[in-house]
Design a protein around this ligand. Structure first.
Ligand SMILES: [Zn+2]
Length: 279
């Protein structure tokens, strides 16, 4: 019988390591700064199962700066920098923060601008003008620096596509944690936008997402953890991290009827096309 203090929330145990992949892949979107483990340990655990590169994603100025620093220290890490769409409307001085992102964007280990975009789930209508202004500014920064644009789109598919069309999309665009159905997948395929699939493809209710995964062209697919969030089944609710990518890639291969090694090889090639190679 346990007599635990109900006020102390236990930290859920990390899931066990999955079987290693034969062909390496990258985790195209993770937040190492929000995970319990230190960076070196996270990279070692990931590499042990075939996840030999991770893209560390910034959500504000401090996390973007931190990401740029660890990317400079570790060959296996690329950074992206941005103000998260839920963060932008809360900033007292959005322009000053954007100027700092612009400065970080010039660094050689920074390979993308993101996550930016639109989130109509968490941001109330009164915050949406600032959110859209921030998104437009990030698009401009990505184009000027020739970096990939990493998009956060939550319940805002149509407006994300509209803003991209109005601004003129950068050459390389990634829809992080792709959350659309077949219709959005078709629109992305038409424009050459990359769809990055997360642990959500394993969720029971995600049938439209799996339909999208089936029709996504192989050259437009990435995989990500978005760790510590969105842990794939059967570990939902426990902390996510790059070493869990094999679960999502295997699920994706099964949904698509792809050979696992072939899918991994194309994910790797897509990652290099979008984010480049180590310096
Ligand atoms: Zn994220």
């Amino acid at each position: 019988m346990s007599k635990r203090n109900p006020a102390v929330r236990p930290i859920p145990e990390p899931p066990p390591a999955p079987e290693p992949l034969a062909v390496p892949v990258l985790d195209s979107h993770t937040h190492l700064d929000l995970q319990e483990v230190d960076v070196a340990a996270a990279l070692t655990a990931a590499a042990a199962v075939g996840v030999t590169r991770v893209v560390q994603v910034g959500i504000d100025v401090p996390s973007s700066r931190w990401g740029a620093e660890i990317a400079a220290e570790h060959d296996a890490v690329f950074a992206t920098v941005a103000l998260h769409p839920n963060e932008a409307p809360r900033l007292a001085d959005l322009d000053a923060a954007l100027a700092e992102i612009d400065e970080l964007a010039a660094l050689p280990h920074v390979r993308g601008i993101g996550e930016t975009g639109l989130d109509y789930f968490r941001t109330e209508p009164e915050g949406r003008a600032a959110q859209e202004r921030s998104f437009r500014a990030h698009i401009e920064i990505a184009k000027r620096h020739g970096k990939a644009l990493v998009i956060h789109d939550r319940d805002a598919h149509d407006d994300v596509l509209r803003v991209l069309a109005e601004e003129g999309a950068p050459e390389r665009v990634v829809f992080h944690c792709f959350s659309g159905g077949p219709e959005l997948a078709k629109a992305c395929a038409e424009h050459g936008y990359v769809m990055s699939f997360a642990g959500t493809v394993t969720f029971k209710t995600a049938e439209p997402l799996r339909e999208a995964a089936r029709i996504a062209p192989a050259e437009l697919i990435l995989v990500e953890t978005d760790g510590p969030f969105l842990t794939p089944m059967p570990y939902r609710g426990r902390p996510n991290a790059p070493y869990l990518i094999p679960i999502t890639v295997r699920a994706l291969a099964e949904v698509r009827g792809d050979d696992l090694d072939t899918l991994c090889a194309s994910i790797w090639a897509n990652g290099e096309r979008i984010f480049g190679t180590p310096l």
